[in-house]
Design a protein around this ligand. Structure first.
Ligand SMILES: Nc1nc2c(ncn2[C@@H]2O[C@H](COP(=O)(O)OP(=O)(O)O)[C@@H](O)[C@H]2O)c(=O)[nH]1
Ligand SMILES: Nc1ncnc2c1ncn2[C@@H]1O[C@H](COP(=O)(O)OP(=O)(O)O)[C@@H](O)[C@H]1O
Length: 207
């Protein structure tokens, strides 16, 4: 895939570390950022809307989409399929918008292979105890599911080194300001400026 005008960010973390809280806060304060809405076969949680948090899909339709090569990446997480459709990101990147993929480490590996410019950010909780408390506090899962998510958390966290940046989400305000700074800094990368301001650079160097 060619380099696009916008930046592609991969955001990963164990469940409950605060990915959704952070990206939602960033979207509110930064008009240049968009989130990619994934497809999933998991059931919607209370308050979730089809097309907003996810496109909620049945397994048969998901497999059809895999066969049609409609996904940029997809993975099985817990007992469900999750995937990023190609259409959900390309147009936005072309327009110069920054796009966040909230995906797990398996998806992140696929994305890096397809698009080496993707910037990886990993969110860590301040402790396992805090992680468990956040999962319980969210009150969207049963105890059984929470225990499975905790077991999976250690596996997910073992991949943090594959990412360019790590944010420890202890104080939410601090974590958000770190995330916002990373987005800002990446917009000044030479390769991004070259894509976005090609005419300007040509003009400046034309004499
Ligand atoms: N590979 C991949 N992973 C995804 C995608 N969408 C969500 N995930 C991951 O699936 C896992 C479970 O997500 P979810 O059921 O929403 O629970 P959450 O972790 O509490 O947000 C998380 O690790 C997400 O990052 C996707 O499109 N592709
Ligand atoms: N820095 C933080 N301090 C305290 N609670 C937090 C913090 N960040 C997120 N939370 C809370 O933790 C819970 C899990 O956060 P969420 O964003 O849903 O995680 P994820 O999307 O990674 O699964 C939510 O109830 C959220 O309000």
């Amino acid at each position: 895939m060619d380099k696009k005008k916008g930046n592609l960010f991969i955001l990963s973390a164990p469940s409950g570390a605060g990915k959704s809280t952070l990206y939602k806060a960033l979207l509110k304060q930064d008009q240049q950022v968009r989130i990619s809405v994934s497809h999933t076969t998991r059931a919607p949680r209370e308050g979730e809307e089809d097309g907003r948090e996810y496109f909620f899909t049945d397994p048969e339709s998901f497999l059809d989409m895999i066969a049609e090569d409609a996904f940029f990446e997809h993975a099985q997480v817990f007992d469900n399929y999750y995937g990023t459709s190609k259409t959900s990101i390309f147009n936005m990147l072309e327009q110069g918008l920054d796009v966040i993929l909230e995906i797990d480490w398996q998806g992140a590996r696929q994305v890096r292979q397809l698009y080496s410019e993707a910037i990886g950010i990993f969110i860590l909780p301040p402790s396992l105890k805090a992680l468990e408390e956040r999962l319980k506090g969210r009150a969207t899962d049963t105890d059984d599911v929470i225990q499975r998510r905790m077991a999976k958390a250690v596996d997910e966290m073992s991949h943090y080194k594959e990412y360019d940046f790590v944010i420890v989400n202890d104080d939410l305000k601090d974590a958000l300001s770190q995330m916002a700074s990373i987005f800002m800094a990446m917009r000044s990368k030479t390769s991004v400026i070259e894509q976005k301001h090609t005419n300007l650079i040509n003009d400046l160097l034309s004499m």
